[in-house]
Design a protein around this ligand. Sequence first.
Ligand code: CO
Length: 304
Amino acid sequence: MIFVIVVAIAISGAVIDKFVNPITIAITTTIASLGTSRRSRLNLGSACQAVHLAKAEFYPGSQLQSMDLGLYFAGRRVERAIARITLCKTKRKLRKMKTLPHLFESNRKWAERVSMAEPDFFSSLQAQQSPEYLWIGCSDSRVPANEIVDLRPGELFVHRNVANLVVYSDLNCLSVVQYAVDILRVKHVIVCGHYGCGGVSAAMEDKPHGLVDNWLRHVRDIYHQNRAVLDAIPDIDERKRKLCELNVVTQVGNLANTTIVQDAWRRGQSLVIHGWIYDLGDGILRDMGVSIASCGELESATRS
Ligand code: CO
C-alpha cells in the first residue's frame, strides 16, 4: 500500500514538477523510510529506486534535481538498511545452523520430563550401565533401536551400521561386541534387520553408489550365494524382503562365529544370539527363528 502511495506521489511530482516542491517529497520520503516498519522500508526503498529510474528515463541527460537527489539518497539509505537486515538474517541463520538450538531445547524438555517422572533417573544411570541386551541394527533413521522395543536409556547397548552387518574385519562392530559381552556381560545380542532396507536394495542394483558399495559388497555376496532362491521370486519387492531376511540370518551366523562369542560360550557365559526383522510398514518385529545359545547349537545349525 505504502509502495503504491509513494510511487503515485513521486510520479505525480515528476510529472508536475513545477507545482510540487520536490524537496518536501524527498524529506517526507526519507522521514517515512526511517519511521516505518521493516517491510514498509523495503517497499519505500523499491519505490524510491523506481521513481529515480523513471525520472532518468523521462529526462535523459537532465541534471539531477533536488527531488531526484532526495529520493536517490533515501533509496541508498534503504538499500543499506536492506543489506543490514539481509546480513543479520544470514548471520542468524548461520548461527542456528552451527548450534541447532531447537535440538537443545527438545533435549532440555525431555530431561525435565524424565526428571519429573523419576527424580533419581539420571543420577542412578551416571553411576553405572548394566544393559541386558546388545542391539546390532541398521543405521536407518526409521529404525530407532530403543524406541521400537520401548527400552529406556541404560537398557540397550547399541551398534548400528548400514544394513546391520557383522563383518569380521570391522573393528568398530567387534569392539562393541567385545565390550558388551566381556565387560557389560549382556545376556542377549540381537541382530535386527528391516524390510525396505536401502542398503540391501542398493546391493541388488547394478548401478554404482560410491564408497558405500565396498561395504554393501557383503550383502551382494549374500545375494549371489542365494541367487537360485532369490531369482525364483518373481516380485522384485518380495525378492528384496527375502534378501533382508537372508542378510539377518547370515549376520547371526557371522556373529556366532566370532572369537568373542565363541569364547564366551566356551567359558559357560549365558549368551543368546537372536535374528529379528522389523517391518517399517506396521512397526512390528518378527523373530527369524535362528536364535543360538551355544557352540553346539551353532554346529547343528550349520550342518542343517
Ligand atoms: Co537399512
